[in-house]
Design a protein around this ligand. Structure first.
Ligand SMILES: Nc1nc2c(ncn2[C@@H]2O[C@H](COP(=O)(O)OP(=O)(O)O)[C@@H](O)[C@H]2O)c(=O)[nH]1
Ligand SMILES: [Mg+2]
Length: 196
């Protein structure tokens, strides 16, 4: 049984939780399925708020998992209707987040399995590669694809984003959750053991 509890919805760096437990970050375009995947991973349908309307979340949501680490749901970027002010605020918050958190164990970048990565996906990928953090690529909504399409999608996404491997996932079927958990546990325990 996984224990998962909502901690805070941070709108500025003052809201970030104190303390130093490892953090696993979910990043990607708005509507790609970040919140749904978090819910699926922890087995709680309503932990993270999901939305059919993109761009709703403009805060960084922290969830404490098994009292051992945080899942961090970043606000989605790339929402066309977001105003200039909202975009600036968003950038500031994300920058603060990555500059101020010292226990980021893993960043899970989500891309939509049904389409080739967009320029925003490329920019996020390059930006993450420039930070000194572990970075995992996950393609969401695999339930929408046939087996053949899944293979093709993995190749296209991997080739397009620098050749690193891609894990297919679905919040509907649970596809990929085992692999994601393995990586999460590996990343969070390494951080814990280097601290001792
Ligand atoms: N078919 C399918 N739909 C999904 C999946 N994950 C998310 N969705 C849908 O995509 C929309 C956006 O999901 P959400 O988790 O709110 O995306 P976020 O903005 O990245 O947090 C919602 O309508 C979800 O029901 C998935 O694995 N399969
Ligand atoms: Mg969300």
């Amino acid at each position: 049984m996984i224990q998962a509890e909502f901690v805070i919805s941070a709108v500025s760096k003052r809201d970030f939780p104190q303390g130093e437990i490892p953090e696993v970050v979910f990043a990607g375009r708005s509507n790609v399925g970040k919140s749904s995947l978090i819910n699926r991973l922890v087995g709680k349908a309503k932990l993270a708020r999901t939305s059919a309307t993109p761009g709703k979340t403009q805060s960084i949501n922290f969830y404490r998992i098994n009292n051992a680490f945080y899942f961090v749901d970043l606000p989605g970027f790339g929402y066309a209707k977001a105003g200039k002010f909202a975009i600036e605020q968003w950038k500031k918050l994300i920058d603060h987040y990555f500059q101020n958190r010292s226990a980021i164990a893993l960043v899970i970048q989500l891309v939509d399995s049904r389409m080739p990565p967009t320029s925003l996906d490329h920019r996020l990928c390059e930006w993450l590669a420039g930070l000194n953090v572990q970075h995992m690529l996950v393609a969401t909504k695999s339930d929408k694809l046939s087996n053949n399409q899944r293979g093709a999608s993995m190749r296209i996404i991997s080739n397009s984003l620098g050749g690193q491997s891609v894990v297919m996932s679905s919040a509907e079927t649970g596809d990929g959750c085992k692999e994601i958990w393995n990586r999460v546990l590996q990343a969070t325990t390494v951080i814990e053991s280097t601290k001792k």
